[in-house]
Design a binder for this molecule. Structure first.
Ligand code: URA
Length: 437
């Protein structure tokens, strides 16, 4: 296989065979393809695209470039969940324990946040002592005992994707449907679950800004899963305002804990129940998305879902007392309330801008190597559609210093649109959902 032949073929709009893609990805993973040739090929794919069979073959080759976890030893109640990422998206911290409380097994490898969207691992790591670096054996052992693990992605999870993603990031080739779908799904295939629920975010704070783009990504990922014999379900959910009220690591964990007590914001509650409903349909190979809704509500009220989060935290070396004593989580020294300058209705929130404000406060990372500050962030005091009077609280800022808090306050006021007229109707968080068994 010559790199030049691969580049030429794709430049001219030809399709690659499974064998060609396998050899190409093996060479990329082995480090024998120079960056300039891999980058040229990525641009050719960006411009020419790939059909469903090519996208699937690329995905499988990338998944096979590293170690693949085999979760089949845990039975067929194992279901994974993946979100394409958003602002304030702490859903995994609610969905994991709730799904485990409903008898499913969740052994999940999560990622760190990059840019304006947060990552589950950073939120979880705000618990003092908690470890996310786990061996495959430890993941399987904990999943067997508790039914719930959220671990970090191992270094050898789809290493070819890591190499290609780093090149895409600096060659303007990230926003390509086959490249995004294969990148995400290679890590999912290597994570080993036989069933996956996708939460594809749509809107200003998401990767996919329009419903059509989000649908196309969902379909492409589901098709890869289907061709690999996985059961797939998808929920398209709104990300044009932060999910819930909290944005920032420890603040989001507190909100997830409140939601697991049944006291969370309604959008997070609704999305979490929808996703766990879909996970149950996949585990049972049948049913309706609303499956066992009243039992899920019960598992929140009776503390069983929250108890599973505590058990997971303790099993991973963390301080389980944070569940009942959230003041044990890191807190920021400066807290300031931003108030509304005018009265009216909250009709828009710029989720991406709010994510960037949290990033500037230190809650996220610009470069992979950056450390995150677990304590800082924002807690919105209003939601989309609310009425607010001038001088009333808009958001609370948690910062390390007065200067960063003041800068954040100015940007926050700009990120929230207050108008004289209300929204005609409050948009639902779940836009659509479907199952492919
Ligand atoms: N997330 C990934 O893992 N890969 C992409 O290409 C985009 C988002």
């Amino acid at each position: 296989m010559h790199a030049l032949d691969m580049i030429t073929a794709k430049r001219d709009g030809q399709r690659h065979s499974d064998a060609q893609l396998r050899a190409w990805i093996d060479a990329v993973a082995a480090g024998t393809v120079p960056d300039y040739q891999a980058a040229a090929w990525l641009m050719a794919v960006f411009l020419r695209g790939m059909d469903a069979a090519e996208t699937h073959a690329l995905t499988v080759a990338m998944a096979d470039s590293g170690r693949r976890l085999d979760l089949s030893v845990l039975g067929d109640q194992v279901v994974d969940k993946h979100s394409t990422g958003g602002v304030g998206d702490k859903t995994t911290l609610v969905v994991g324990p709730l799904a485990a409380a409903m008898g499913l097994t969740v052994a999940k490898m999560s990622g760190q946040g990059l840019g304006h969207t947060g990552g589950t691992l950073d939120k979880l790591e705000s618990v003092p002592g908690l470890k996310v670096a786990m061996s495959p054996e430890a993941i399987i052992d904990q999943a067997r005992r508790i039914g719930l693990v959220i671990a970090g992605q191992s270094q050898d999870l789809a290493p070819a994707d890591k190499i290609l993603y780093a090149l895409r990031d600096v060659t303007a080739t990230v926003p390509s449907l086959p490249l995004i779908a294969s990148s995400i799904m290679s890590k999912k295939l290597a994570s080993g679950a036989p069933a996956i629920v996708l939460d594809v975010k749509v809107g200003g704070g998401a990767f996919m800004k329009t419903l059509d783009e989000a649908r196309a990504l969902a379909e492409a990922m589901a098709e890869i899963g289907r061709r690999s014999g996985l059961r797939m379900a998808c929920c398209l959910s709104r990300m044009d305002a932060p999910l819930g009220r909290a944005v920032g690591n420890a603040l989001e964990l507190r909100e997830a804990i409140a939601t697991l007590r049944g006291e969370g914001p309604s959008d997070l509650h609704e999305l979490s129940l929808t996703l766990v409903g879909l996970m149950q349909v996949l585990a049972l190979h049948s049913g309706q998305p609303d499956h066992r809704r009243s039992e899920m509500e019960h598992a929140l009220r009776d503390g069983s879902a929250l108890g599973l989060l505590r058990r997971m935290i303790e099993a991973q070396g963390g301080d389980g007392r944070v569940i009942d004593e959230p003041e044990r989580l890191p807190t920021a020294p400066v807290r300031g309330m931003v108030t509304a300058e005018a009265s009216g209705w909250v009709t828009a929130m710029d989720a991406e801008a709010i994510g960037r404000i949290a990033l500037d406060l230190g809650a996220g990372r610009r470069q992979k190597e950056d450390a995150v500050d677990p304590a800082v962030g924002i807690v919105m005091q209003v939601g989309l559609g609310d009425r607010i009077a001038a001088g009333r609280p808009l958001a609370e800022i948690h910062a390390q210093g007065d200067l960063t808090a003041d800068t954040a306050a100015v940007a926050l006021r700009r990120a929230v649109t207050i108008t004289d007229d209300p929204l005609p109707a409050l948009p639902a968080v779940v836009i659509e959902q479907w199952v492919r068994l």
